[in-house]
Design a protein around this ligand. Structure first.
Ligand SMILES: O=C(O)CCC(=O)C(=O)O
Ligand SMILES: [Fe+2]
Length: 171
C-alpha cells in the first residue's frame, strides 16, 4: 500500500525504505463491555503519530472517525483491515494526505478486542516534507527527528491538533 501511495505522490522508488518504516509495533487493545458507553470512551480522540496504521477491529463496533464536523462509526467488515494515515504521512506529503482523527467508543453488549500494527520511522530518522512533493510550493512543516516528534506527541495526547501545529511553518 505504501508503494502505491509513494507512486501516487510521485516520490522516487524506495522512498518508504527502512529508515521511514523500520519501526513496527504490534499492539492489542481490549475494551471491556461498558454498561453506559456515553460515560466512558475506550480511547480518546487522536491521530496516529506514525506513517500508517493497519487495524483489525474484529466484529464489534467501536471505531469512529471525525469527518465533516461529526463522529462517524467505522463498521467492521469481515476479514478486512482499516488503514489509517498517520501524522508522518501528512508531513511527508506536505499536507496532501491528512492524518485521520479517530477514537474508540465502548460497547454495552460485548467486549471488543482489536489488533493494531503501527508503521513508524526509526527513532533517529529525520522526517520532513518530501522534496519532490514541495517542488511546486513551499514546505509546510519543518524537519525533525522522529523520536523528538514522538516525545512531544506523547506529551500532547489530549490536544492532538497542537502537535502538527507545532511543526507547521507559519506563512
Ligand atoms: O481499537 C481501535 O479501534 C482503535 C485503536 C487506535 O486507534 C490506536 O490504538 O491508535
Ligand atoms: Fe489510533
Amino acid at each position: 500500500m505504501l508503494e502505491l501511495i509513494r507512486e501516487g505522490l510521485g516520490l522516487e522508488p524506495g522512498y518508504f525504505g527502512e529508515e521511514l518504516t523500520g519501526d513496527q509495533l504490534l499492539s492489542i487493545n481490549h475494551y471491556p463491555r461498558c454498561p453506559n458507553p456515553s460515560l466512558t470512551l475506550g480511547l480518546p480522540k487522536h491521530a496516529d503519530a506514525d506513517i500508517m496504521t493497519v487495524l483489525f477491529q474484529g466484529s464489534v463496533n467501536g471505531l469512529q472517525v471525525f469527518k465533516d464536523g461529526q463522529w462517524l462509526g467505522v463498521e467492521p467488515v469481515p476479514h478486512a483491515f482499516v488503514v489509517n494515515i498517520g501524522h508522518q504521512l501528512q508531513i511527508i506529503s506536505n499536507g496532501k494526505l491528512r492524518s485521520a482523527e479517530h477514537r474508540a467508543v465502548t460497547n454495552s453488549r460485548e467486549a471488543r478486542t482489536t489488533i493494531v500494527s503501527f508503521i513508524s520511522p526509526c527513532p533517529d530518522t529525520i522526517v520532513e516534507p518530501a522534496k519532490s512533493v514541495i517542488d511546486t510550493g513551499v514546505p509546510r512543516f519543518r524537519p525533525f527527528k522522529f523520536k523528538d516528534f514522538f516525545k512531544f506527541y506523547e506529551e500532547k495526547k489530549r490536544d492532538p491538533e497542537a502537535v502538527l501545529e507545532f511543526y507547521k511553518i507559519k506563512p
